[in-house]
Design a protein around this ligand. Sequence first.
Ligand SMILES: Cc1cc2nc3c(=O)[nH]c(=O)nc-3n(C[C@H](O)[C@H](O)[C@H](O)COP(=O)(O)O)c2cc1C
Length: 158
Amino acid sequence: MEVTINILVGTMTGTAQLCAQEMELALDDGDTRVATLLMDNLDSTVFSRDGVFLICTSTYGQGDVPDNARALYEDLKAKRPDLSHVRYGVFGLGDRTYAETFNFGGKRFDELLAELGAQRIGERHMHDASSGVLPEETALEWCQDWLGRVRERLSQPA
Ligand SMILES: Cc1cc2nc3c(=O)[nH]c(=O)nc-3n(C[C@H](O)[C@H](O)[C@H](O)COP(=O)(O)O)c2cc1C
């Protein structure tokens, strides 16, 4: 079964983008097509694309989405489109030093997409920069497991 994955990247200093590139390299093959899009200049219409979505975003400020993700996040909040056709996963980046707002970037997207009717596949990943583990390494293992769950879900009747 051919699967298309759209990775939407929210990043301030490029770490989430690096993770997305690693995941694209790992997942993209004959059966899985991957499109990686920086969230810059995206709006809620991006969710009319075919395929499953992977939100790959860091957290900034006081638990905010990164600057390049703000327009997409605010557009979803304002327009509140019906996203019941959307299936998605979340690879979040953060730092536990920010205890009160750890990984809130991914959490905010997750909660908003769920409110709009989209269905998450798999658990939300929460990378912790203070752990010393490189997120691009975790990303490889996580995305293989996630793709397995995506394929399982898509093979079930709707
Ligand atoms: C100014 C600043 C604010 C941050 N705020 C948070 C936060 O509130 N919560 C969190 O979990 N991580 C926070 N982080 C950590 C980043 O999300 C983390 O370092 C991430 O890996 C950066 O990824 P990026 O390069 O893709 O933006 C913050 C980092 C900086 C520099």
